[in-house]
Every structure is written in C-alpha cells, then in structure tokens.
Design a binder for this molecule. Structure first.
Ligand SMILES: C[S@@+](CC[C@H](N)C(=O)[O-])C[C@H]1O[C@@H](n2cnc3c(N)ncnc32)[C@H](O)[C@@H]1O
Length: 410
C-alpha cells in the first residue's frame, strides 16, 4: 500500500523494511541559510520550511548523513538514489555520498537547467541550474535508457499503435518474387538523453503550481522515475514537500512512500492526490499527522494555525483588509454570519486576550468571534459572558480538545 508519512524522516525511515525500495529521490533543504515561506494566493495559508544552519556546513552534513544512511538501508541492492542540491553544498554532499555508496557507484552529476531568465550578478555569472547526484547501490541496478523525442517531420505517418504502445507506420514492401506486403516501420529513437536536462520551471500561472516553496516540476521527476524504475516498483521521497515525486510515481504506475515533517505539506499532497483520483485509505494510507492534544502543542506556530483553520473549515485572514490581529474568519456563505477567528497555541487564556480580540473584531466590523486555545482562564470566560449579556459582541471559546474530537457546534 502506498504511504504518506508525516514526521522526521530519521525516525520514520527506521520503520520501513530494509532493502524494500527501488528508487529514492530526495530534495532536502539545500543549506541556503534561508527560511522559505509562501503565503499562497487568496487561501493565504503559510507554507514554509527552514533551511538555516547555525553550525555551518559541518552541522548541515552531520544532519544529512544519518538520514541518507537510513535511506541506504531501505534501498534494494538493485536500487538507485538521486539527491537534488545546488551550489550551496553539492561538493560536500558528493563526498558524503561517496562515503555511503562507494565512489564506484557514482553514476551521474545531472545538471538541471531550469530555464529561468538569468538575474544579473555583478560578482559572477548568473546561476541557472541545480545539480542532481545519482548513485546506484550496486553494479546490478535498474536503468532504462531514455531518448529525446525524435523530431521526424513526417511523424504523423506513424499513426498506428502496437501492443506495447509504440507508434508505427504500415509501409508497402515488395518481396523478391514481386508480391506485395505491408511491414511495420517504427520511427527512429531520438538521441540518447544526456546528463544535462532542460526542463522549465512552472510558470507563475501554471496549474501545476501548488504554492509550496521550491516545488519541482513533475516532468523532472518523471524522467528520473522512468530511467530508474519499472512499473509497480517502489519510489521513496523522504523530503516530499507537496508531493511532486509521489504524483509522478502514481501517474507512472509505481508504488510510492512519501515522508515530510510538515503537516501542511501532507494536507496539500492529499489534495493533490485527490485531484488525480487517488483516494486516502483505498489507494494509500496516511500516518503521523497530529491526532492528540500533545501532538498539537508541539507544532510550529504556523502549522498549528493551519491545522485549526482547516479543522474549523474557515479561511485564513492575512490578506483581508481590516483583519489585522485576526488569524482567520468565516464568511456568511460558510457560517451564518461573518466572524473573526483568533488562534492561540497556549493554555489558560486570560482576560487580556479577550480585550485585544474584541478590539480587533470591532476594527474589522465583525459582530461575532471565535477564540481557539488549549484552555481558558476564569477571567476570559467571565468577560465573554459579560460581553454576550450586554449585547456588545458574541465570542465563542473553543478548546483544541473539542475541535480535535469534533465536538464543536458553530
Ligand atoms: C525543498 S522541499 C521539497 C520540495 C519537493 N521536492 C516538491 O516538489 O514539493 C524540502 C522539504 O523537506 C521537508 N523536511 C525538512 N526536514 C525534514 C525532516 N527531518 N524529515 C522530513 N521532511 C523534512 C520540509 O518540510 C520540506 O517540505
């Protein structure tokens, strides 16, 4: 069964059967020392991951190495491994991979020219490619030669399809005795694919874009999966982001396992797979997403906020004018009235939170509001009751526990 796992891959990889995976692709943080964050269009949800390393390159490689070693363990002897990186750390990663896989199992340094318009750099040439390091686990590994599409000006004459799905033409031929027959004629393959790949990044308006930071094009993953796996083989992406490798594997008839530490990324993948007609619990299982109050307390603030807004079925508020100080809102179409939402990842919420929230609601002209937190103090409860009785404003207090167990009636 295909698996979508939310968690730290170091822990999750230990739970996967040894030597059970045919192909691993990873696109980990690159050692860019940036925090990647996208606030996506009207949904206004934050999608983010951290790529900052206080201890420098040694710290980064020290973090990567045990993870890649765990991946090596789950890879079959016939398997292949692709690591996506760029100039920030590729030299260090290559040495690390030589140690894990053995220098002689290095296959290619693939240059992915992403075709973006070069930005001028005064200090050097503009940067225009990523690097993908390709290793095999042994000499006996799966590899399918790929060819560039053959540009035959008469391609339309190959208008028949054989049992393997290949195009051919029926051509009239003469036997030596003069009789006529029709023989199959296949177009010549294009030139073999090299280690330099020109695949454009998705345009900002492309439907493929899901608003996940550093999302890769499916065409790139399709190439890797076609070259290094066969139908029904298992593909693993242990830093799967919004699930590009999983979507490509699904479309190409491979089994897959995806791991990501971000619950927001996992939700996005579920939606992506759903659009492909791939259904949770029937076609794949999800593990590791937060299911207890303790899990929710540990989430990063943006992840917690995404979880609450999603559980309420509400909208994020960052983009709405006047919503400053509010985290989310309901519109009349989903709730009976417009209402503002405040999310607090803390316990024993005090009266001051209600006072500030009341001002924020008034600024945004909401007559109702909802505060979600782990627990509420006496002062907060009393003030909410007073505001309601005096007819000033209607604020509901919702605990995370009730939201988690779907006990909330709005
Ligand atoms: C560069 S992004 C991957 C993008 C992906 N290739 C795509 O096309 O969407 C890196 C991902 O690694 C995840 N990540 C970072 N540390 C992780 C860890 N320890 N375990 C699992 N995932 C992790 C981040 O949440 C982020 O989604």
């Amino acid at each position: 069964m295909n698996k979508l796992i939310c968690g730290d891959n170091l822990e999750e990889l230990k739970k996967i059967e040894k030597e059970s995976v045919d192909l691993i692709y990873i696109d980990p943080p690159f050692f860019s020392n940036k925090q990647y964050e996208v606030v996506w269009r009207d949904e206004a949800e934050i999608r983010s991951f951290e790529d900052r390393w206080e201890g420098g390159i040694e710290h980064y490689i020290g973090w990567m190495k045990p993870r890649v070693e765990a991946m090596y363990e789950v890879l079959k002897p016939t398997g292949s491994f692709y690591l996506h990186c760029n100039w920030y750390a590729n030299a260090h990663l290559r040495i690390m991979l030589d140690e894990i896989f053995g220098e002689s199992n290095f296959q290619n340094e693939i240059i992915w020219d992403y075709g973006a318009r070069a930005t001028v750099r005064k200090s050097g040439f503009p940067r225009k490619h990523d690097t993908i390091l390709f290793y095999a686990k042994s000499k006996n590994y799966t590899f399918n030669l790929l060819y560039k599409p053959y540009k035959d000006p008469l391609m339309e004459r190959y208008n028949k399809i054989d049992s393997k799905g290949k195009r051919y033409a029926l051509i009239k031929r003469k036997r030596t005795d003069g009789t006529i027959y029709y023989g199959k004629c296949y177009p010549k393959e294009g030139a073999p694919e090299t280690d330099v790949w020109n695949i454009s990044l998705m345009a900002s308006t492309s439907r493929e874009r899901l608003g996940y930071p550093t999302q890769k094009p499916e065409a790139l993953l399709e190439k890797i999966i076609k070259a290094s796996s066969n139908r029904n083989d298992t593909v693993l992406d242990a830093f799967c982001g919004c699930g590009t490798a999983l979507a490509a594997a699904q479309k190409l008839g491979r089994q897959w396992i995806g791991i990501d530490i971000s619950p927001t990324a996992i939700k996005l993948i579920e939606r992506r797979l759903n659009q492909l007609g791939t259904k949770k619990d029937t076609d794949y299982i999800v593990a590791g997403t937060p299911t207890t109050v303790k899990d929710l307390l540990k989430l990063k603030p943006f992840e917690f906020q995404n979880w609450v807004i999603d559980a309420l079925g509400a909208k994020h508020s960052r983009k709405k004018i006047g919503d400053m100080g509010l985290d989310g809102h309901f519109d009349k179409d989903i709730f009976h009235k417009d209402a503002g939402i405040q999310v607090k990842q803390s316990e024993d919420i005090g009266r001051n939170v209600i006072d500030n929230f009341k001002s924020a609601l008034e600024r945004a002209k909401y007559k109702e509001g909802i505060v979600v937190a782990f627990s509420f103090g006496k002062g907060a409860c009393e003030e909410v009751a007073r505001l309601k009785n005096s007819g000033e404003i209607d604020i509901k207090l919702i605990t995370v526990e009730d939201l988690l167990h779907k006990k909330v009636k709005l």
